[in-house]
Design a protein around this ligand. Structure first.
Ligand code: CA
Length: 244
């Protein structure tokens, strides 16, 4: 499979998802991001597609009719050895995630997901596994993440607000990246804890602390972008009055 890394062909993504709307949305958005895709609505079709399409990576919904996404992974790797897998899961509990990783997930996103996050995680897995085709951004620069006048450049590890550099610690950078990947959506403190601290911390008060650090640096130079959604979490977006 490594040949894609050198030929610069688009990385090939097999999408296994039984909800037609989500399959369509993922297909359109991954194609637009430069991936080649093939979709399958359930396990049997997925195995046939894996054989014909030889994907570089698979996006697999955990909840499929018949054979579950968790069970499917082993079968897929029987067809394409060591195939990296990104799970889509609606069940955001530690137990389900552990089950997912035992089944061999390389990463996962929780529904409802942002398309930016799916693309970001696919590229990260492809880079790690040395399968980066063009869409995997193997050597090419990736586009900075942007919202309003805020910009985060992953490659240069730089953040700018209204063109001015903002100096962030590595944890603040990771937190801002997660908020930017989910811009306009609400993310809970436990989701943030899970994705930014990767299970290295279990008290959501650390999230509150770092959000306050980040606000001091990012929101000092313009209208506030990091909103508190009471009882739920945070959202990176302009306040209603700023959007009018
Ligand atoms: Ca499903």
């Amino acid at each position: 499979m490594r040949h894609h890394a050198t030929t610069g062909e688009p990385a090939r993504v097999l999408i296994v998802e039984d909800e037609p709307n989500i399959l369509e949305l993922l297909t359109a958005s991954l194609e637009l991001s430069g991936f080649a895709t093939r979709g399958a609505p359930e396990a049997r079709a997925a195995l046939l597609a894996a054989d014909a399409f030889t994907p570089d990576i698979a996006v697999v919904d955990v909840t499929l009719p018949g054979r579950s996404g968790l069970e499917l992974v082993g079968d897929l790797r029987g067809v394409v050895p060591e195939l990296p897998v990104l799970f889509l899961t609606a069940r955001d509990t530690v137990q389900d995630r552990l089950a997912g990783f035992r089944a061999g997930a390389d990463d996962y996103v929780t529904k409802p997901f942002s398309l930016e996050e799916v693309v970001f995680r696919l590229r990260a897995i492809l880079r790690r596994s040395g399968r980066a085709g063009q869409a995997g951004e193997g050597t090419a620069r990736s586009e900075p993440l942007r919202y309003a006048d805020l910009e985060l450049d992953e490659d240069a590890h730089q953040v700018r607000r209204a063109g001015r550099p903002v100096r962030l610690s590595p944890t603040e950078f990771a937190l801002l990246r997660y908020l930017l990947l989910n811009a306009g959506r609400v993310v809970s403190k436990s989701q943030i804890l899970d994705r930014v601290w990767s299970g290295q911390a279990d008290d959501t008060r650390i999230v509150e602390t770092y959000v306050s650090y980040l606000r001091r640096k990012v929101d000092a130079a313009g209208p506030p972008l990091i909103q508190t959604v009471r009882g739920v979490g945070y959202s990176l977006r302009l306040a209603e009055e700023e959007r009018r």
